[in-house]
Design a protein around this ligand. Structure first.
Ligand code: TPP
Length: 662
């Protein structure tokens, strides 16, 4: 058997596992694995530094299947290489409940799935973050410990999605030369030929943003290997445009949209077996080919051993720091630093916007947590995410800790996911809360993947004032609270901001959004509390001596209004409480007893929040009073807006009186 024949048979093993699994599941996407099998075979058997016996080895190369619908490509590769998680039975269970082999690759289902993909373009965005993380870690720990590539397989769909523009321009600007993207250039998507909808010259597009580009026949193993070698030597990220035939080998469907996302059917499968000379039963890989794959799977064992030696030779402090960061543990001094600062705040009682509060808190955090990497989507001065510890990262210097992401919210959020997935880094960034809409697809995936990414989102309501309704979040609190697994925080003052930051950092298995104000807020937490009160999600901030006739629930900037109303009601002899609600999600996680006590059984219930009512009935019931927004905001100084929309102390007091008949 010549080398070429061997290569082709190894690639055919991928093709037929994909064909057979899709056929058995009666759904799935055989076209991409069949078309990209040659690329994957060359990459995984000759280049990818990946040891299936140590799949979480920190210095492995990352492979991201951005075109997640081609999931059977990845599952087949992992099975063939000898991964414990991807047995033949798992492949036979493709797309079934509880299998590791979900319709699209899902992070956490099995080792070797580096990220969840399916929403096209996301994987590419994640990979940019992984490549950034690699450069950052290499700068900190040296080439001896961190030196790996990030490979991506992207389809036409990934490159058509807008996120790809943000991802590729950021990667080109930062000269992420260890990022290597294969474009599976098969000219087909679901509706038919790509030419019916797009006529971009992708190579010119990438080249214009500082990429190295190479075009090859994606079925020629030598050309693929040469391209990877050239890419590895490049001082820029590389796009390898690989011309392929979707559904390669299928006699009547190859090269057409028919093979993109449906089982081939018995006749076509039999024709493909003949055409590719693969006379084996479904799911059968002949032993010589399986052996060849398993041997390829052993290829990186040496590299892994060598790395282990280098790691053992590193000094104790470096080893401990590297391991701690990769485990995701916070440094020992973190909790004490938070408490010390909280004590100081209880004494100082500063009045400031929570975005400024966040900056002050970050100054404390960044001093003791060296793995935070900050950033902003061109709103650094507004988001207050930069501190003295975080010097900018530049294309030629990754010793900094601050990324100027540019006006690329979606690319930023996707890259942050990739940085968190890579490990060793806690990414946080800044943007306007209104543009959480531009980050939402990636935030949702961070929640699905349980990744610790922290989004500082400022200018969180009509309180931002003059910029008007295009910039004023109204439905965003509710929309973010709706994402399962995301913790949405709206702190009321600097102490709550500190506590919410602490919770975000300690929340290792999920993303957080901190919604912060532009306008100044007084300190409402008057005494030092060792415990983190915000951890309960909602808590009684101001109580009444007698049983409360009125309970006012509020979050963030509206706590001030709640406080003023509480004062007036109390002075008038009406027993009232204020409940601060920094996080709906954390409140829901409390015991039933606690929740019942905070909500209270009787009395008038009023919620005040400069957003829509959705979600607040949980606290105030259907018959509670909501003082907030019911439509879009307007452009005016913020105090005028609060008056105009009736979100005032007087409105709260009047509603309470009316209900009480007092
Ligand atoms: C954001 C997003 N929009 C739409 C889809 C649905 N979808 C899945 S695959 C696909 C076509 C992709 O075409 P291409 O990348 O060329 O893949 P190929 O046909 O080569 O398999 C579409 C529209 C998706 N997964 N993600």
């Amino acid at each position: 058997m010549t080398d070429l024949e061997k290569h082709q048979r190894m690639a055919n093993a991928i093709r037929f596992l994909a064909i057979d699994a899709v056929e058995k599941a009666k759904s799935g996407h055989p076209g991409l694995p069949m078309g990209a099998a040659d690329i994957a075979t060359v990459l995984f058997t000759q280049f990818l530094k990946y040891d299936p016996t140590a799949p979480s080895w920190a210095d492995r190369d990352r492979f991201v299947l951005s075109a997640g619908h081609g999931s059977m490509l990845l599952y087949s590769l992992l099975y063939l290489l000898g991964s414990d998680d991807f047995s033949l039975d798992e492949l036979k269970n493709f797309r079934q409940l509880g299998s590791r082999t979900a319709g699209h690759p899902e992070y956490g289902h099995g080792a070797g799935i580096e990220t969840t993909t399916g929403p096209l373009g996301q994987g590419f965005g994640n990979a940019v973050g992984m490549a950034i993380a690699e450069r950052l870690q290499r700068d900190r720990f040296g080439k001896e410990l961190v030196d790996h590539y990030t490979y991506v397989l992207a389809g036409d769909g990934c490159l058509m999605e807008g996120i790809s523009q943000e991802a590729l321009t950021l990667a080109g600007h930062l000269k992420l030369n260890k990022l290597i993207v294969f474009w599976d250039d098969n000219g087909i998507s679901i509706d038919g030929k790509v030419e019916i909808t797009d006529s971009t010259n992708q190579q010119e597009r990438f080249a214009a943003s500082g990429w190295n580009t190479i075009d090859i026949d994606g079925h020629d193993p030598e050309a693929i290997a040469d391209a990877i070698r050239q890419a590895q030597a490049s001082d820029r990220p590389t796009l390898i445009a690989a011309k392929t035939t979707i559904g390669f080998g299928a006699p009547t469907k190859a090269g057409t949209a028919k093979v993109h996302g449906a089982p081939l059917g018995a006749d076509e499968i039999s024709g493909t077996r003949d055409a590719l000379n693969w006379p084996h039963e479904a799911f059968e890989v002949p032993s010589d080919i399986l052996d060849a794959w398993r041997i390829a799977g052993l290829r990186s064992a040496h590299a892994h051993k060598d790395w282990q030696k280098r790691f053992a030779d590193a000094d104790t402090e470096t080893r401990a720091d590297f391991e701690r960061r990769n485990r995701g543990d916070l440094p020992a001094g973190f909790t004490q630093a938070v408490l010390d600062y909280k004590k100081k705040l209880a004494e100082d009682q500063p009045t400031m916007a929570t975005r400024k509060a966040s900056e002050a808190v970050l100054g404390v955090i960044n001093e003791v947590v060296p793995e935070t990497i900050g950033g902003s989507a061109d709103l650094t001065g507004s988001n207050n995410t930069k501190t003295p510890q975080t010097l900018p990262v530049t294309p030629d210097d990754f010793s900094g800790r601050y990324i100027h992401y540019g006006i690329r919210e979606h690319g930023m959020a996707a890259a942050m996911n990739g940085m968190a997935l890579h490990g060793g880094i806690i990414p946080y960034s800044g943007g306007f809360l209104i543009f959480s809409d531009y980050c939402r697809p990636s935030i949702r995936l961070a929640a699905l993947m349980k990744q610790r990414v922290i989004h500082v989102m400022t200018h969180d309501s009509i309180g931002l004032g003059e910029d008007g309704p295009t910039h004023q979040p109204v439905e965003h609190f509710a929309a973010l609270r709706a994402i399962p697994g995301l913790t949405f925080f709206r702190p009321a003052d600097i102490t709550e901001t500190l506590e919410c930051w602490q919770l975000s950092l300690e929340s290792r298995d999920g993303p957080s959004v901190l919604a912060l104000t532009r306008q100044n807020l007084p300190s409402v937490r008057k005494t030092f509390e060792e415990g983190n009160l915000c951890a309960k999600g909602a808590y009684v901030l101001a109580d009444s001596d007698d049983e409360a006739a009125v309970t006012i629930f509020a979050s963030g900037s509206e706590i001030e209004i709640a406080f003023d109303a509480h004062k007036e009601l109390t002075e008038d002899g009406i027993a009232a409480r204020v409940v601060s609600v920094p996080s709906f999600e954390l409140f829901e996680a409390q015991s039933e007893d606690y929740k019942a006590a905070v909500i209270g059984s009787g009395g008038v219930k009023i919620a005040v929040e400069a957003g829509i009512r959705m979600g607040w009935d949980r606290f105030i019931g259907n018959d509670g009073v909501f003082v907030g927004m019911s439509g879009f905001g307007a452009s005016a100084p913020y105090k005028a807006l609060y008056e105009h929309f009736g979100i005032t102390k007087d409105a709260v007091v009047a509603a309470a009186r009316e209900r009480l008949g007092a």
